[in-house]
Design a protein around this ligand. Sequence first.
Ligand SMILES: [Fe+2]
Length: 191
Amino acid sequence: MADGPHTVFIEAGKVRPELFDAHIERRLSSMKGQYLDQEAYRRMLEEEDRLLYEVYELRRPEKEGELLSGISIVHPGKVGEEYFMTKGHFHEVLDTAEIYWCLSGRGVMVMETPEGEWSVKDLSPGTVLYVPPRWAHRSVNTGSGENLVTFFVYPAHAGHDYGTIESKGFRKLMVDRGAGAEVIDNPRWRG
Ligand SMILES: [Fe+2]
C-alpha cells in the first residue's frame, strides 16, 4: 500500500498499472446463474473457465475519508447473446458514489437503484461516469474484440454488496441479437 502523497502512471494502451496492491481475476465459473442463456453458459464452462474480467486495486485503509481506486479490465466476448460483464454490486454503505473514467475500449455501465430506476450509459475513451449513491453498477464490454479498461475511485468505507445482484440479477441486460448492443428486460429478474 502506497503511503503519503504518491502518483501512479497509467500508460495509454497498457492495462497493468505500474503500482498496485492486488490483482483480482474473475472467471466464468464465478458468474453462475448470472447469464441469461444458462445452456450457453454450461457449454462454455465445459470447454474452458474463461477469464472474464480483472481488477488491479490500489488499497488504502477502508475508512471514511480514504479513497480506493484501481483499474478494471473487462475482456471481450459473449455468453450466448450476452456480452461479458462484471458481477456488479451495490455498495454496502448504499449512500456512497463512484467515478469511472474510461481509458480504452467500448462498453456500457448498467445501473439501477433499489427503488427500480435504471440507467445504461455508454463508455468510450475519455468518458467520465459518475455513479451516484444508491446505484448498483456493472460494466459490460460491448466492443468488438477490445478490452474495456476503466479507472475507478470510490470512498474506502463503501464496501461491496454482491449478494443482492447474485440473487436478483439486474433489471436490464446487454445483448447482441445481430444488430449490435441492445438493452433488454431481464426475464429472469427476481424482484
Ligand atoms: Fe462500486
